[in-house]
Design a protein around this ligand. Structure first.
Ligand code: ADP
Ligand code: MG
Length: 292
């Protein structure tokens, strides 16, 4: 490979907001046949908003929201921020929290005013033996619409749920179609539940969805694809994505995401528009053609 054409290729890419950390990555990108995209903040805008609150019989909604909001206030998760913002917009005052624990991939646990509060997934509820049967069908309906529903319990009793919705980036659908037209398989991977993930995956037209992946599992999924002979580009924005970005043949970080993701990646996509993935691959093809 001639250094001159690699440099010219990197320079041209940079003009399009595609920053290669080194020339060797331009060569690697040329061989990519599989693109794995994270959901939240990558396919979607990553700014979820509170859309639904459903409380069980006998539960006061304002009190429920105060307890949930106070617990989530301690969390740095984007879902937590959405819940807290939505609750504060309802002018509900938050309470002091005596104890807090984040349970990555599951939710949160807190003690507020002497009450034990849990907010998170079905798995979190079953882990603590909370019976959620009452609202399961409601939850499924919300998820089929692409919303993320989080269940809550107070002192071990199921108390209600909150749902948030994230918006899909306007550019995601076309960007994914361009990749598929290049015979590249597109897989969306997320910690979110299967139903929500499938709804969003179908809307943007990915070939395959891998859902309910625990934070440490994303890199494992990439390794599995590699073991079956795939050359994988991983695209993500979060701290969660960093190990997967590092093990992928090419890691692409979204420029609007976390610094940790950018450090782990080989390429930064400044524009946050997934069309940059196809652009990067096309530029690598052109550069490699010039070299041969
Ligand atoms: P993602 O890959 O979408 O960032 P995570 O692995 O961080 O997902 O979380 C997986 C799931 O765990 C979320 O979809 C949510 O249901 C639940 N969860 C995580 N953090 C919280 C939280 N702070 N409050 C409530 N639920 C949470
Ligand atoms: Mg993300």
């Amino acid at each position: 490979a001639t250094p001159t054409s690699i440099m010219a290729g990197s320079g041209r890419a940079a003009e399009f907001g595609i920053l290669f950390k080194g020339g060797e990555h331009l060569e690697q990108t040329h061989h990519i046949d599989t693109v794995v995209v994270d959901k939240t903040g990558t396919v979607t805008n990553g700014k979820p908003e509170l859309t639904d609150v459903i409380v069980s019989d006998g539960i006061d909604e304002a009190e429920f929201l105060a307890l949930i909001g106070s617990s989530e206030k301690q969390s740095e998760h984007p879902l937590a921020e959405a819940i807290v913002q939505g609750i504060q917009q309802k002018n509900i005052a938050l309470l002091n929290v005596d104890k807090f624990e984040a349970i990555p991939g599951f939710g949160v646990k807190a003690i507020v005013q002497g009450k034990e509060i849990l907010v998170g997934t079905r798995k979190l509820m079953s882990k603590y033996d909370v019976n959620i049967s009452n609202d399961l069908s409601v939850m499924e309906k919300l998820e089929a619409n692409g919303k993320t529903a989080m269940l809550a319990s107070i002192d071990g009793q199921y108390a209600g749920l909150v749902a948030v919705a994230d918006t899909i980036k306007e550019t995601s659908k076309r960007a994914i179609k361009r990749l598929k037209d290049m015979n590249i398989e597109v897989i969306m991977m997320t910690g979110d539940n299967e139903r929500t993930a499938n709804a969003i995956g179908a809307e943007v037209g990915v070939n395959h969805v891998i859902a309910e992946v625990l934070p440490e599992g994303k890199a494992e999924e990439v390794k599995k694809l590699q073991a079956s002979g795939k050359k994988v580009a991983m695209v993500g924005d979060g701290i969660n994505d960093a190990p997967a970005l590092a093990v992928a043949n090419i890691g692409m970080a979204i420029g609007t995401g976390t610094d940790v993701a950018m450090e782990a990646a080989d390429i930064t996509l400044i524009r946050g528009d997934l069309n940059s993935i196809a652009d990067a691959i096309i530029m690598s093809h052109k550069t490699m053609r010039n070299i041969k």
